[in-house]
Write a protein that binds this ligand. Structure first.
Ligand code: CA
Ligand code: CA
Ligand code: CA
Length: 407
């Protein structure tokens, strides 16, 4: 969660596995929008000597839709190299290229380098300074960062996947255990001038994906032809969609398609499995079918806030004209249902508690049923950085926060 290890196939290819997407107007630079796409779930910073890196054979993408049709109008593609390491150790510093594609025309807009993973004070001293030096300008405007980050997502996943168990009461009273505390991810992050991506409605749609090359063999005039087209293996926009809305038998298919194909999955939004499961377990009498409120909030947008028309598209919709309501990571964690229009589902900020929001929305928050459901984890364990890329530095591997000290 929000999309860590969510589908059978992608759980076997963690370096390509999208975990979270964030899109928000930057609180410290409100003339810009920040887009963050995370991959590689559950990185234990101590897990060397071949620590986590982006795959040099994958292509990582962030897409912007400017007219609500679920087709990208601006794409940013990231490709990474992997240098050899010294001694018996892996090298986690990666060079990368960012290619921007607009109207079928591709141009390289940045050549960057990741900081190393946070290995420890001898290998990677002054980590904050090291990471801060790896923000690069985009020649098309804006800035880019790629590399290891603390996982900004938070939630009591162990308990939730034990059949949506909630440790205490109905869960909105604290007492949960943040599964993601101490774990890292790899992030690609963009900060773009709003003036460059704004639309007449001020609403943009954002999603991420990862592609891998496949080998296809065909015959043409009797000759064997080998080609290596890119194939999408992971996709993510709204948190928890593939995780809890799409049934297990169709999760791999969902990951292979673009968001403009979402109408074929609409029945699962209308009749969400999660509502039935919560009813079975907790007898809360949640509405289980005709959930047009869920179709609307996830696939067409919130009326008068970030609606994009009638085409059903799973994308993170952000109204760029809504100014930040708080400093970084200081907004209302319940976002729009908490009265804070700058938060999820108007884009998604790092502080937005999407597990609590989704549980409450599935329970009927938008159709007059207010049940304060939640997982008892209300914020990230590490907080945020004051400036781009905002997600905190990863814990140091040498600290081994996952280990247990023996007497
Ligand atoms: Ca479009
Ligand atoms: Ca964290
Ligand atoms: Ca929570």
């Amino acid at each position: 969660m929000s999309s860590h290890r969510e589908a059978p196939e992608i759980s076997k290819d963690p370096v390509a596995d999208s975990t979270d997407v964030y899109a928000f107007v930057s609180p410290d630079r409100p003339g810009t929008v920040t887009l963050i796409a995370n991959v590689i779930p559950g990185e234990d910073p101590a897990a060397g000597p071949n620590w986590y890196t982006f795959s040099p054979t994958a292509r990582y993408n962030i897409f912007l839709d400017r007219n609500g049709d679920g087709k990208a109008d601006v794409s940013y593609r990231f490709r990474f190299t992997r240098p050899a390491g010294q001694f018996f150790l892996g090298n986690t510093v990666q060079q990368y290229t960012v290619t921007r594609v607009v109207g079928g025309k591709a141009s390289v807009v940045a050549q960057g380098e990741t900081p190393p993973d946070n290995i420890g004070p001898r290998s990677t001293p002054n980590y904050r300074q090291l990471a801060a030096s790896k923000v690069f300008p985009l020649s098309s405007g804006g800035a880019v960062f790629a590399g290891q980050r603390d996982d900004g997502f938070f939630g009591d996943i162990g308990d939730i996947f034990d059949l949506v168990a909630i440790r205490k009461g109905i869960g909105n009273e604290g007492g949960g255990r943040d599964f993601f505390a101490g774990y890292a991810v790899h992030s690609i992050a963009l900060q773009l001038p709003i003036a460059d991506v704004d639309t007449s409605s001020h609403v943009i749609g954002v999603w991420s994906s990862t592609d891998r090359q496949v080998t296809r063999v065909s015959k043409w005039r009797g000759e064997k032809v080998v080609s290596n087209p890119w194939q999408q293996v992971s996709r993510l926009a709204n948190p928890l969609v593939n995780e809890v809305i799409i049934p297990t038998t169709r999760k791999d298919e969902w990951n292979s398609l673009g968001p403009s194909q979402e109408s074929r999955f609409a029945p699962y939004y209308r009749t969400p499995i999660l509502a039935a499961v919560i009813n079975q377990l907790y007898h809360l009498n949640i509405k289980e079918d005709n959930r047009d409120d869920l179709v609307q909030v996830l696939l067409t947008g919130v009326p008068k806030l970030n609606n994009t028309g009638t085409t059903l598209v799973d994308e993170l919709r952000l109204n760029l004209s809504v100014k930040p309501t708080a400093g970084i990571c200081q907004g209302n964690r319940l976002g729009v249902i908490g009265g804070d229009l700058a938060g999820y589902p108007n884009g998604r900020r790092l502080e937005d508690d999407v597990i609590d929001i989704d549980e409450q929305v599935v329970a009927g928050a938008l159709i007059g049923t207010k049940i304060p459901l939640g997982d008892g984890v209300n914020a990230d364990d590490r907080g945020c950085l004051a400036s781009f890329p905002y997600e905190s530095d990863p814990q140091s591997g040498a600290d081994n926060t996952k280990g247990q000290q023996k007497p």
